[in-house]
Design a protein around this ligand. Structure first.
Ligand SMILES: [Zn+2]
Length: 412
């Protein structure tokens, strides 16, 4: 079978989708259920219909475009990603997995290939947490990792609930109808830009992802004793910020001493109260993110941070409380899907590197209902979530070729 990727068509479709934005192009902003998001969805759905795929949407707005296989009763093979974009983003994050997935399907049809299993392109709702404060809304619901009963009540910054937003966008029906049973798909493959510098640095065109790291995030509240910055003697202080500083250093130390480069810890938020130059800080609120590909290792880092909080609190005479906001389990990609990707790279003579995904993706949640793996393509300078995010037409086309070959093998 000779698979021809139409590089020009794919490049221009990525450009057209990129121009559908709440901001002035080349800046891409496409927040879930805004007018731009809906126009972007409409654009992709129209391309799917033109390709002869049958389009279905669920109550969360997840969109499925199916190419029926010769044995339509078999579990289908799926690919896909997201098209929503954070404010001030670029045009490749997510979209290469959606439009590239569509091009992969079109190229297989063009090559005269007939899938035994149905092939399905999935466009997930709200991979980005921008509006409702939680990432991978659509795939979380699909994978059964978000309670449909409470999800609809989540509010955006303007107090609009997810239910009201999706209803206004035309996605009706109960969210409880969204989850798919484990085994619904026989395999899921997501193509995505790497969003990191490794492939470019190693001059390798493709990354086969073997594991996806997952974040645990928690909030630490510290309560000390405020006072006049001049009047309170140093020995008498219970400065909440100094306690926070020690805890922040403990986060770094715990992550660095885990024994693996895959462990990372970040204190991204630190609010100091009252925040006046002449006042000893009485309260601090910190948000901490710890990620790893290994859940036990990640949890042992959390444990160390917790102990550090207690030790610092005792020694400095402050109170600390720790609240776990969210802890998704990391996943190891499915060996069969990984092997199929590896074989597809070899078939087409394209060098590849096995790597982990340090960011999380819809694949993390799809792995609950399907054997899952990911394919990375390089992006310039590893830059992502910025208007200058860039993947070359060649890189996108090579990824799409390997994706097409992989889907063909999985669906045969
Ligand atoms: Zn993405």
């Amino acid at each position: 079978m000779k698979i021809d990727i139409d590089r020009e068509r794919l490049t221009s479709e990525l450009e057209e989708l990129g121009a559908i934005s709440q901001a002035q192009p080349p800046v891409v902003t496409r927040v879930v259920f805004t007018e731009a998001d809906l126009r972007g969805r409409e654009y992709v759905k129209q391309l799917c219909r033109e390709a002869g795929l049958s389009v279905r949407e669920d109550a969360a707005g997840n969109t499925f475009a199916r190419w029926a296989g010769e044995n339509p009763e078999l579990e289908p093979v799926a690919t896909g990603s997201h098209i929503d974009a954070i404010p001030n983003a670029g045009r490749f994050d997510g979209t290469v997995g959606v439009l590239g997935g569509l091009e992969a399907i079109r190229s297989l049809a063009g090559a005269g290939y007939k899938p035994r299993r149905s092939l399905e392109l999935v466009m997930f709702t709200s991979e980005e947490p921008t509006r409702f404060g939680i990432g991978c809304l659509g795939s979380r619901l699909l994978g059964g990792l978000l309670d449909p009963e409470t999800a609809g009540g989540r509010l955006d910054r303007d107090g609009v609930s997810l239910d009201n937003a999706r209803w206004a966008a035309g996605f009706e029906g109960p969210l409880a109808s969204v989850p798919l049973p484990p085994g619904y798909y026989s395999a899921f493959v997501e193509m995505h830009i790497e969003q990191g510098p490794i492939l470019e640095r190693h001059n390798v065109p493709l990354g086969v992802v073997t594991a996806i790291a997952a974040p645990a995030s928690f909030e630490v509240a510290i309560e000390g004793e405020g006072g006049h910055a001049g009047a309170v003697l140093m020995a008498d202080r219970h400065d909440a910020f100094l306690a926070a500083a020690e805890i922040a250093l403990a986060v770094e130390k715990s992550a660095r001493s885990s024994g693996s480069n895959d462990t990372v810890g970040t204190v991204g938020v630190c609010e100091v109260f009252p925040g006046a130059v002449n006042s000893v800080p009485s309260r601090v609120r910190m948000e901490i993110d710890v990620r790893d590909t290994d859940e036990a290792r990640r949890d042992s880092v959390l444990q160390k941070i917790k102990l550090a909080c207690e030790e610092v609190a005792d020694r400095r005479g402050v109170k600390t409380s720790l609240r776990l906001v969210n802890a998704d389990p990391p996943v190891h990609c499915h060996p069969h899907v990984v092997d199929t990707l590896v074989q597809a790279c070899k078939t087409h003579g394209l060098p590849f590197e096995r790597m982990i995904s340090r960011a999380y993706h819809d694949s993390l949640f799809m792995s609950r209902i399907a054997p899952t793996a990911m394919l990375f393509i390089p992006c310039r300078g590893g830059v992502s979530h910025r208007p200058d995010e860039y993947a070359s037409p060649e890189a996108v086309a090579q990824g799409t070729l390997v994706l097409a070959e992989t889907l063909a093998q999985l669906a045969s």
